[in-house]
Design a protein around this ligand. Sequence first.
Ligand code: NAD
Length: 284
Amino acid sequence: MNIKTVGVIGAGAMGSGIAQLFAQNGYTVLIQDIQQDFIDRGLGFIEKNLTKLVSKEKISPEGKDEITARLKGTLDLQDFQEADFVVEAAIEDIKIKQDIFKKLDSITDPGVVLASNTSSLPITEIAAVTNRPDKVAGMHFFNPAPIMKLVEVIKGLKTSQETAEAVKALAEDLKKVPVLVKKDEAGFIVNRLMIPQLMEAIKLYDEGIASREDIDKAIKFGLNHPMGPFELMDLTGIDIAYFVNEVFKSDLPREMKHTTPYSLRTMIRAGRLGRKTKAGWYDY
Ligand SMILES: NC(=O)c1ccc[n+]([C@@H]2O[C@H](COP(=O)([O-])OP(=O)(O)OC[C@H]3O[C@@H](n4cnc5c(N)ncnc54)[C@H](O)[C@@H]3O)[C@@H](O)[C@H]2O)c1
């Protein structure tokens, strides 16, 4: 792929991080969302991150200005005519993603690869609404995207090997470590392993077996993970863990299904979604 301009859909936690990452690596980036204040908030996150990098002397003030100049917010998907590659990071809803991909299919050049950052939805189902399912792939970044090294590259049923290789090469160009997920079964690699652990952690807490603090300590000091399961959910969004588990309940074979733990449902009802709402399993 000869990529100069990248289109990013969604200026939320992931979209803004992905946009920052591409801009830091020299790409021109268009970032689209449905409301101007969402775009402003996303560009605000990026500004804050870049300012931190300047104060840590990781980038120069001039470097920051150059990165910022490469980023452009837009409300109009039609601007993606200019994009050589698109990564979608809108909310985790199949209907919304299919609607976006249908539009992208008619707006972008037919040779352009369209990727989704979905955590749990089938790439095959997203690709099916386009006339280029061979050029649709998953490009699953981890939060925060500018920092976390892994990128899962996911093949849908019709994704060509050429597309998968091109997305892997792009991830490497962003100085990431790509892994290939050959089939788009729910959860790919990381969430397939992580979600059951998060659900079990909540059940341990619900059953009164240990406190959240001690469960976090056990995983940090017993398995050497940098964060415990409750701290991790607060960082990545309790709603995301909830939704991914709901997808697992409908998509995975019976022996792999996890019922939704009581206190997870309660957190969702209370709107305590983690750091982004300043309250989750812990207060911020
Ligand atoms: N948060 C994570 O840790 C994480 C990690 C990897 C992947 N993901 C995936 O990335 C995607 C985005 O997650 P997030 O955490 O950034 O969510 P978020 O809620 O922070 O951001 C989503 C953004 O998408 C926008 N949006 C909604 N509908 C849209 C539309 N039709 N067109 C354009 N923009 C639209 C919203 O306004 C919002 O700004 C999801 O698919 C999620 O599963 C999330």
